[in-house]
Design a protein around this ligand. Structure first.
Ligand SMILES: [Zn+2]
Length: 427
């Protein structure tokens, strides 16, 4: 009796499986779990938006009923969709874009961000964390993509909380314009910052983004050292935690990195002047460093070759870049967990893989770089059960390149196949 019931249930399951559309992806080389080995001649079975199995050999389409689609990537290197933990989908820095942006309506900026999102996805980045854009437009883009209204990566949206005159506040325009554009999420003192944090969550943030130190692109000579006070940092982290949100902190100088880590942030963005004291704290807290080497290189090149930046910005750009590169490698060697992030929007959208090239150049092994953009990023987002590797039960976020990125990391600059959630966007 029980056996018969079991058999019936099994039959129902099989029948259901047979009716659903199945995709068989033949992978010549497969890096299913970055950090582990590469396997040859594998089949990834995809049903709907999920991976249902990964098998040795090329599975015969004849063994499946219903519609079976075979995707032949026998001469490709297949890996999980890449993840960028630091993008700004509403902006793209540069002499032309900067002046154009001032003339654009928020609606036009939103339309343009749809294009940037698509570019990012087609470059092989299936998940990104937007580290701060105009909030409602950012949430609308996230939700629109999730609803299938636009093509783009899965967006984890970080709402910004900043202090008056700090890196998160508006700068570099007339006082009248500054007044007009000052966000209600600019706060001073612990209680005000508690309010701002709750407010950001109320309107749709998945994460909180703060700046514990000054920033390169703030148009004031206020340096890159600590700006937020300890009571503000602690209060933001606590208010966020109470509502199930993690905090990412932009930080350049070591005093601000240490303060943010002591307050309990989950990631430090840039971390340009990470030194021994900060490395110790990174390891103690388990926080991730998101290095954004590409941003450092991009702004330093702009400072040297163009004239659109103010002197205050130029000076910071050149000194920060030099520190960033050396300290990134020291952090990695010192045992700091690294999650991949580009600060795209400072650099051009769609060039996200350039960060991988810079990371390898700085001394990080290619496998570790790929791990930082998959397994580690998923861990930082608390999404390891659904993304980051190609295993049964996970979202079918799959990309393919022509050659092994373990031998030549620059092959990631040219992603030929992109699938997100079982849907093919590029082939
Ligand atoms: Zn940024």
């Amino acid at each position: 009796m029980y056996h018969r019931l079991f058999a019936t249930l099994l039959l129902l399951t099989i029948t259901h499986a047979a009716w659903a559309d199945t995709m068989l992806i033949y992978a010549g080389k497969l890096l299913a779990i970055p950090g582990q080995g590469v396997k040859s001649e594998q089949t990834i079975l995809v049903e709907g938006d999920r991976i249902i199995a990964v098998r040795d050999g090329y599975a015969d389409a004849g063994e499946f009923d219903g519609d079976v689609t075979v995707i032949d990537l026998k001469d490709k290197f297949v890996l999980p969709g890449l993840m960028d933990m630091h993008v700004h989908l509403q902006i793209e820095l540069g002499p032309k874009n900067d002046s154009e942006a001032l003339k654009m309506s928020v609606q036009q900026i939103e339309m343009r961000s749809i294009m940037f999102a698509r570019r990012t996805l087609l470059a092989g980045f299936t998940t990104v964390r937007d580290a701060g854009s105009s909030p409602q437009e950012m949430y609308a883009l996230r939700d629109g993509i999730n609803n299938g209204w636009a093509d783009g990566p899965r967006i984890i949206a970080a709402g910004g909380v900043g202090i008056t005159g700090g890196h998160g506040d508006i700068s570099g325009v007339s006082p009248q314009l500054m007044k007009l554009f000052t966000s209600e999420n600019v706060c001073d003192g612990p209680y005000d910052c508690r309010r701002a944090t709750r407010n950001v969550i109320k309107y749709g943030a998945d994460w909180i983004k703060i700046a514990s130190t000054g920033g390169v692109m703030t148009d004031r000579a206020t340096g890159t050292g600590q700006q937020m006070e300890m009571d503000e940092l602690k209060e933001i982290v606590l208010a966020a935690k109470r509502m199930g949100r993690k905090v990412a902190s932009h930080a350049h100088q070591e005093d601000g990195i240490v303060a943010a880590l002591e307050a309990g942030v989950a990631s430090i963005e840039h971390g340009s002047y990470t030194g021994p004291k900060a490395i110790k704290l990174f390891k103690k807290t388990g926080a991730y460093l998101v290095p954004t080497l590409l941003a450092g290189t991009t702004v330093a090149n702009m400072a040297r070759t163009t004239d659109f930046m103010s002197d205050a910005i130029k000076e910071k750009a050149i000194t920060t870049e030099a520190a960033m590169k050396g300290n990134f490698y020291k952090s990695y060697r010192g045992g700091v967990k690294i999650a991949y992030g580009t600060d795209s929007g400072v650099s051009q959208h769609g060039n996200n893989a350039q960060e991988a090239v810079l990371m390898v150049k700085a001394g990080m092994p290619p496998m570790e770089v790929i791990k930082s953009a998959t397994v580690n990023a998923a861990d930082l987002l608390d999404m390891s059960s659904t993304i980051g590797t190609l295993e049964a039960g996970k979202h079918a976020d799959i990309i393919a390149v022509a050659h092994s990125p373990l031998e030549d990391i620059s092959t990631l600059l040219d992603v030929g196949f992109v699938m997100k959630g079982g849907k093919i966007y590029k082939q």
